[in-house]
Design a protein around this ligand. Structure first.
Ligand code: NAD
Length: 357
């Protein structure tokens, strides 16, 4: 089992170190190789996704990814910015299906910004299409004035686009995931305004016919945003396009208390996957030793389950995290009155200790 470890920037290195500590105590035959990505790779090699890093990722069964980015790179040309590394990995590895579970741990009900009764027992899965939509559509760009009066651009544009196979395969992923859960899929679109999403809705409906046990409903994205904070437990599996999924999954993250708790998996058709916390590199707290490593540790558990076929080990990690929360240990982002505040390393150590018990 070969794992490419790409810690990246900011808190990425701190939280990935804790996940590796946890993986090591499982005593499974992993081969782990670390490489630079994001701003760290730009500093060393002049590119956020060097060829050697991409090759390592492609040759591995799974990629454990921290986070990339820092505001200091915001003035770089877009292809050289750290965030381009993630887009490059997704595109080159064909990682089209992004799984973002939003689970509210009973111990953290009070950390949510919503009333406890709205989030207690919450367990939803957002499946976001990851390699199409307006983030990848062509043409895109800025138009420059031709009359010479305006030195800058006069307009900017991006193209929203989906192909039939792209929608079909993500719809299958969503229905298959629902079959293992509560058998309900909500497809989120904007079919009332956008051609692309009428097309999306038609194809998801068509694929749904192949899964008669699964109940399918459709929801406009604006309503979905509202329902996510009004009655989030009404959802089971939510499937949507790249841009809507980007936004809705961050909103769903907050239902659970902290973005520091949320893992994610991005898979291709061979079950090769990239596993990363849902949050970014958090430059505001980088180097302070206070970042929550649990999202990354839970991402490692998803990696064991989806790409490495080590379901028992994944279950053990998830149970260990739950035990640590039971014991009252909290990083700052999930701390509340009456619990014990710990740093990144102590939290990782606590998970390791809980695994050993
Ligand atoms: P962010 O997710 O990095 O941080 C948002 C807020 O959440 C911050 O206040 C941060 O301190 C807090 N936070 C995030 N993770 C945490 C953790 N594990 N524990 C405790 N608190 C945590 O988002 P941002 O501030 O908008 O972006 C910062 C940088 O990260 C930018 O350069 C952005 O482009 C990049 N980014 C990268 C990824 C990725 O690598 N996949 C994703 C999102 C943003």
């Amino acid at each position: 089992m070969k794992i490419a470890v790409l810690p990246g920037d900011g808190i990425g290195t701190e939280i990935v170190a804790e996940a590796i500590k946890v993986l090591k105590v499982l005593d499974l035959p992993f081969e782990m190789e670390t490489a630079l990505v994001g701003g760290a790779a730009y500093e060393a090699h002049g590119h956020p996704l060097p060829e050697s890093t991409l090759k390592l990722a492609q040759a591995s069964d799974a990629v454990l990814f921290g986070a990339v980015g820092d505001w200091k790179y915001d003035t770089l040309d877009r292809p050289l910015r750290p965030e381009q590394a993630i887009l490059g990995l997704r595109k080159n590895m064909g990682l089209f299906a992004n799984f973002r579970p939003a689970i509210c741990y009973p111990q953290l009900v009070d950390a949510s910004s919503l009333k406890p009764e709205l989030v207690a027992g919450l367990d939803i899965l957002i499946i976001r299409e990851l390699t199409g939509d307006i983030y990848f559509g062509q043409p895109r760009g800025r138009r420059v004035a031709t009359d010479g009066h305006f030195p800058g651009a006069e307009e900017a544009f991006d193209t929203m686009r989906y192909s039939r196979p792209e929608i079909e395969r993500i719809a299958h992923v969503a229905f298959q995931a629902a079959m293992k859960r509560d058998k309900r899929v909500t497809s989120v679109d904007k079919a009332n305004v956008l051609e692309t999403f009428q097309f999306w809705k038609d194809i998801v409906t068509e694929i749904g016919l192949q899964y008669p046990e699964v109940t399918l409903d459709h929801m406009y994205v604006d309503n979905a945003a509202m329902q996510l904070v009004r009655a989030p437990k009404r959802f089971d599996v939510v499937v949507t396009g790249n841009m809507f999924g980007d936004i809705l999954s961050d909103a769903a993250a907050m239902l659970t208390g902290s973005i520091g708790m949320l893992p994610s998996a991005s898979l291709n058709s061979k079950n090769q996957g990239l596993y990363e916390p849902s949050h970014g590199s958090a430059p505001d707290i980088a180097g302070k030793g206070i970042a929550n490593p649990l999202a990354t540790i839970l991402s490692a558990a998803m990696m064991l389950r989806f790409s490495l076929n080590q379901v028992a080990a994944a279950d053990r990690i998830e149970a260990a995290v739950s035990k640590v929360l039971d014991s009252g240990l909290r990083t700052t982002d999930i701390w509340s009155e009456g619990t014990s505040r710990v740093g990144t390393v102590e939290m990782g150590d606590a998970v390791v200790a809980a695994l050993a018990k």
